[in-house]
Design a protein around this ligand. Structure first.
Ligand SMILES: NC(=O)c1ccc[n+]([C@@H]2O[C@H](COP(=O)([O-])OP(=O)(O)OC[C@H]3O[C@@H](n4cnc5c(N)ncnc54)[C@H](O)[C@@H]3O)[C@@H](O)[C@H]2O)c1
Length: 501
């Protein structure tokens, strides 16, 4: 981690190049926070070109001079993506941006002074509420407040502040705007404040870049001038022919939009869990039923499939931000019981996979070797935040199972360092008693039944929690003496696949 002096010295070099771009008519865009969202946003904004192929923006990513975040600054400046991504376009954009001097990163807060646009992409956590009352919601506002305060202390008077962080409803007008106004008042700035909210829909999977560049975006400003500035800026890097922008009337609506969007998804997943249990008990294949329903385009084509559980940074917390902000920032007494109950259902969902494992192996898991395939929260993504694998592992270890985990996208499981993480898939599977397929990574989907059998070296138990194994593959394994069971796969249970014949 560089000292403040070193950071300033390095920034002097960046400042010179950025100001030269500005003099040539380009915006200087500072992205505050280089995490899963900010790093990708920085790359996409830096990659925006006019019809002659010249950059429209020069981007300076800013993150904190701390051990757990500075490496992101260093990676970006070296032309590398700070996040492992299956989308080659991300690494390409970063390498190109750094090579043509339109993308930089720094820990130096002087960057805010020269920015035309400041994008806030910092985290804002809410503690998991599981089985508690609405009053148990714990929102960590400190880092968001402090990030916005830094912007207010350093920003140039007419810069646009664009908040992309997912915030509690009401946070723009009740937290960010008062902080910015106060800091600017202290500095004697009288120019009107330009503040807008445009929530991110980025998906860190195989379409990482296009989920920003070619994806619909809603936005709103605290006034017309802020909204217009936001629209003009968003249009520089979003392909608005493919994905037109949608202006909402105010920032509260924009905040609410993000929270509703993710709550809608989370509630749908919880709803399908109930039907998963029903389908299994009736011996039905819920995947096939859902496929048959999904042909109803426009009303049912997005019905969720059964699965292992819900994790990640967003779906596990965004409903909490709606309930908390409504009450604490905007004084609403409306409760969201169904929405919050979904978080509870989703949190406990992996226990069903454990129940299925017990159906095949027996109640006593003491000394049983279990190989867990997949610990990230999403297919082909290297992110373990709030992974549903955590609960399964905790329960398996408490039951005395001998656990091995594998994930092609994760080198270190920071949240569960005591769980052995095996790099090599064959070693993770060798001579195991049971396999749990928890994440449908492409590497697992490509496995043939013979590969699985050969890696283990003998028939074992397989629990498919994510529809990784086709019926054809299951029948091959069954012939070879395997016991199989799967989430949503009642037809395997009615065929007795989980019992020795
Ligand atoms: N991860 C996703 O898929 C996703 C998708 C859409 C929206 N979001 C939302 O976007 C926001 C960011 O999410 P993320 O996944 O990138 O989080 P993250 O934790 O990966 O990144 C946040 C970054 O902000 C940095 N930071 C914090 N305070 C700072 C400050 N004062 N100055 C400079 N840097 C600072 C942190 O060091 C960290 O690198 C959240 O509100 C999240 O809900 C996330």
């Amino acid at each position: 981690v560089p000292t403040e002096g070193e950071s300033r010295a390095a920034f002097a070099h960046i400042r010179k190049q950025a100001l030269a771009h500005q003099a040539a008519g380009r915006r200087i865009v500072v992205v505050q926070g280089l995490g899963f969202v900010g790093a990708a946003v920085a790359a996409v904004v830096a990659g925006a070109r006019n019809s002659a192929g010249d950059p429209l923006n020069v981007v300076i990513g800013v993150d904190r001079p701390e051990a757990d975040s500075y490496w992101k600054v260093a990676a970006l400046n070296a032309g590398r993506a700070p996040i492992a991504s299956p989308d080659p376009a991300l690494a390409g954009l970063i390498a190109e941006g750094v090579a043509c001097h339109s993308l930089f990163a720094t820990t130096c807060e002087d960057a805010y002074e020269i920015a035309n646009v400041i994008i806030v992409d910092v985290h804002l956590d809410a503690a998991n509420r599981v089985g508690g009352a609405e009053t148990d919601i714990d929102v960590g506002l400190a880092s968001f407040r402090s990030a916005v305060q830094t912007v207010g202390r350093r920003m140039s008077p007419d810069a646009l502040v664009l908040i992309e962080t997912t915030v509690p409803v009401g946070a723009c007008t009740e937290i960010a705007e008062p902080i910015l106004r106060e800091e600017r008042r202290r500095r004697g700035i009288t120019a009107p404040l330009q503040l807008a909210h445009a929530y991110e829909r980025v998906m860190p999977g195989p379409r990482y870049v296009d989920s920003i560049r070619a994806y619909w975006r809603s936005y709103a400003g605290i006034d017309d001038s802020s909204a217009q500035a936001a629209r003009a800026f968003l249009s520089t890097f979003i392909d608005t022919d493919v994905a037109p922008l949608w202006e909402l009337p105010d920032t509260t609506s924009s905040e609410l939009g993000k929270l509703l969007e993710n709550s809608y998804r989370s509630l749908n997943i919880a709803f399908m869990y109930e039907w998963t249990l029903l389908a299994e008990s009736l011996g039905a294949n819920l995947f096939e039923i859902v496929d048959a329903i999904r042909v109803r385009k426009g009303t049912h084509d997005n019905m969720r499939y059964p699965g292992f559980g819900v994790g990640g940074y967003c779906l596990t917390k965004d409903s909490l931000l709606a309930q908390w902000g409504a009450e604490h920032l905007l004084g609403s007494d409306v409760k969201l019981p169904m929405t919050l109950a979904a978080l509870d259902t989703n949190y406990h969902m992996p226990k069903h996979t454990l129940d299925l494992l017990r159906l095949a192996v027996g109640d006593d898991l003491g000394g049983v070797t279990v190989s867990l395939l997949g610990i990230s929260y999403l297919a082909d993504v290297g992110d373990t935040r709030n992974s549903p694998a955590e609960l399964l592992c905790d329960e398996l270890l408490a039951a005395g199972a001998a656990l091995r985990a594998h994930d092609p996208h994760i080198a270190e499981w920071r949240e569960r360092p005591h769980v052995p993480l095996v790099d090599d898939l064959d070693l993770a599977l060798r001579n195991t008693d049971a396999i749990v397929m928890a994440v449908p990574h492409s590497e697992y989907r490509r496995l043939m039944p013979q590969d699985i059998h050969d890696a283990v070296g003998r028939p074992a138990v397989l629990v498919d929690a994510q529809n990784v194994i086709t019926d054809a593959a299951a029948s091959v394994l069954r012939e070879a003496g395997w016991l199989l069971i799967g989430v949503g796969k009642g037809h395997w249970q009615s065929a007795g696949y989980h019992r020795t014949s």
